[in-house]
Design a protein around this ligand. Structure first.
Ligand SMILES: C[S@@+](CC[C@H](N)C(=O)[O-])C[C@H]1O[C@@H](n2cnc3c(N)ncnc32)[C@H](O)[C@@H]1O
Length: 286
């Protein structure tokens, strides 16, 4: 972060075989690893030229679904497999690696809604994961996934992205999204999540946080500052949106930071990052 609170792009590290494991599986091992690595680098460079590059994008972490690390993930999958009418929303889907992870876990693509602010990352994801290639196109049925693009983090007005979706989703995943928003935007987003989650439905997710909640670097639109919640402030935000206190579970998760190339200041030398933590959450709506 520079002294103006801007978040600078960091050079990606080398791609490893492990990074492209999921891409190999998604494309049914029909391409060799050298081809896939070159392909990822090419798409990555194109994205860098035209989109906001979040840190997780710099670090190639979009190549691997991460929701499966959540202790409630398997429970959510069981629910979706047992009831084929059950629906899941991936909020802040970006390139859609979680959506593809869900499909790989057996969830029917038509049960899934992928949502983001704009379609840009989602469309780039189709290039990245080679869904536009004939050999892959119909392999997994990604085109049956619903998409919903719009702003989840502005005040609810008479016409809203969540219209007609009240009490609609059985499961919502929201991974690495809250920490790119201001405190106010997180509040609006959580209210919308509450609105679209069915009674009995479950929200699972994760975000960066801090031991002491605080404002952080500028939001991508530079209009406000991102907010890092801590366990209790995030739990309060959920409660204010209507979730029952007893059903809210927010915990600090010990997890290594995203490794980046040597040229980047390591987290332990960056005073701003020393205080940062990962928060994991799960909540059932009454
Ligand atoms: C740091 S990325 C995380 C992406 C993905 N969930 C992951 O874990 O890799 C944050 C995502 O949130 C989306 N986002 C940011 N503001 C949003 C908003 N107001 N409404 C909907 N999505 C938003 C961004 O476009 C981006 O895809």
């Amino acid at each position: 972060m520079d002294s103006n609170g801007n978040y600078s792009f960091v050079t990606p590290r080398e791609l490893t075989d492990e990074d492209i494991d999921f891409l190999c599986q998604w494309t049914n091992n029909i391409f060799d690893k050298i081809f896939l690595k070159d392909h990822v680098i090419k798409v990555h460079e194109e994205i860098r030229q035209r989109e906001h590059v979040y840190r997780c994008i710099s670090a190639f972490s979009y190549l691997t679904p991460k929701c499966r690390l959540h202790p409630k993930y398997q429970e959510c999958i069981e629910l979706l497999l047992q009831d084929r009418n059950a629906r899941i929303l991936d909020l802040g889907t970006c390139f859609g690696q979680e959506v593809r992870g869900l499909i790989q876990s057996g969830v029917d693509p038509s049960q899934i809604t992928a949502s983001d602010l704009l379609p840009n990352y989602w469309n780039a994801g189709k290039d990245l994961f080679l869904d536009n290639m004939e050999e892959v196109a119909n392999l997994r049925g990604l085109n049956q996934t619903q998409t919903l693009f719009g702003d989840w983090a502005t005040p609810i007005t008479c016409s809203d992205i969540t219209d007609n979706l009240e009490n609609y989703f059985d499961v919502i995943i929201c991974w690495a999204v809250f920490h790119v928003l201001s405190k106010e935007q997180v509040d609006f987003m959580i209210r919308r999540i509450f609105r679209v989650l069915k009674p009995g439905g479950i929200l699972i997710g994760s975000c960066r946080g801090a031991r002491e909640s605080k404002e952080w670097v500028k939001t991508p639109d530079s209009l406000s500052r991102r907010y890092l919640h801590n366990e209790s402030s995030l739990a309060e935000a959920f409660e204010s949106a209507g979730f029952l206190k007893e059903k809210i579970n927010v915990i600090t998760v010990e997890r290594p930071s995203i490794p980046l190339k040597d040229s980047h200041i390591p987290d332990h030398d960056d005073p701003d990052r020393q205080q940062m933590v990962h928060l994991g959450f799960s909540i059932q709506k009454e």
